[in-house]
Structures are given as structure tokens and as C-alpha cells.
Design a protein around this ligand. Structure first.
Ligand code: SF4
Length: 172
């Protein structure tokens, strides 16, 4: 066993999908050692071993694991958040117990789709960044034509901090 628990630290409205929440949890021990093994699992869309940060695509939303924190976007409610954190503990422990059968990933990994990034952008098409739409900005981010800091609404609005952190983790 690697982890005892992931404590629910806080929730906040998920601006990526009105009515949903972002769940932030704190693992009972740092995740550094298990992240290279978790990075072998399906649905990884970004892994930065130097962060470290590992992002998975969920059916709806994203799960990002950092050394001392996990962030899950687009969660139905508080109760569902608690369930997801418990399931995550089980998945982490199962992966750790199987680590001798896995080849740890130590290099950065990215499998981003523009839609993944767009889902976390403000989606107002305000053009402040210079792109015609948020989707165009998302394409540009993948091609390194734009920098995340050029989306002023994302950077300046405190309520978008979780989305910003997830985007930074994805883009490395
Ligand atoms: S500044 Fe941000 S919100 Fe505005 S169009 Fe660009 S990506 Fe979208």
C-alpha cells in the first residue's frame, strides 16, 4: 500500500461546466514515487516528471495529480468528489502494488487535443489574447504559437485558478 487516504481539502465552482464543482484533495503522503508508474496508465494526456504533474482525461473533465495535491474538474457534487478521491486511493495503491510489472515513465509525455485545452479556457471568445476564438487559442497553444499568459481573463480571475493550474500542468 502506498497511500492511506486523500483528504478533501476544498471544493469550488467549476467554471468549465456550470453546476459542477472542482475537487481539491491532499494525499496522506507525497505522490512523487508513484507518479512514474501512474503515468503508464491509459488516458494520460500530459505528464511532466519535473513538476511533477500528471493529468488524466476523465469521461467528463480532468484529473491532475501533483506531488502534494490532486485536482478533479467537472465533478457532480461533494459526495461524488469524496467517492472519486476514495477510488483514486484504490487506483494508486493497486498501481503501486503492481509496480514491479510496470516500466516507470521518466520522460515527459503529451497527448493533448485542442478540445482538452478549450474545455478549461473561459470560452468567451473575447479576443484579448489575439486569437479569434478560444478554440483557435487552444490550437495555438498546442502549436506553441500562443502562451497561456496571453489569456488575461484566465490569468487574472481568481475563480479560474484551478483551471489555470490544470492547463499549466498539461502544457508542462
Ligand atoms: S483571451 Fe482567453 S477567453 Fe479571450 S478569446 Fe483568448 S483564450 Fe478565449
Amino acid at each position: 500500500m502506498y497511500l492511506q487516504a486523500i483528504q478533501l481539502l476544498r471544493t469550488q465552482p467549476c467554471l468549465a461546466e456550470p453546476g459542477k464543482i472542482v475537487v481539491v484533495g491532499q494525499p496522506s503522503q507525497p505522490l512523487d514515487e508513484v507518479l512514474p508508474f501512474l503515468a503508464t496508465l491509459p488516458n494520460v494526456i500530459a505528464y511532466n516528471p519535473h513538476g511533477p504533474a500528471l493529468t488524466f482525461r476523465r469521461e467528463r473533465g480532468f484529473l491532475t495529480l501533483y506531488r502534494d495535491q490532486v485536482v478533479i474538474t467537472q465533478v457532480d457534487d461533494h459526495e461524488r468528489g469524496v467517492e472519486l478521491l476514495a477510488a483514486l486511493v484504490d487506483a494508486i495503491n493497486a498501481t503501486w502494488d503492481s509496480r514491479h510489472e510496470l516500466i516507470a515513465i521518466t520522460a515527459p509525455k503529451r497527448s493533448l487535443r485542442p478540445l482538452d485545452l478549450w474545455a478549461l479556457l473561459p470560452q468567451t471568445n473575447c479576443k484579448v489574447c489575439g486569437a479569434a476564438t478560444c478554440m483557435a487559442f487552444a490550437f495555438g497553444l498546442i502549436q506553441r504559437q500562443y502562451d497561456l499568459d496571453e489569456c488575461t481573463p484566465l490569468i487574472q480571475e481568481a475563480a479560474r485558478a484551478a483551471q489555470l493550474a490544470s492547463l499549466r500542468a498539461m502544457l508542462g
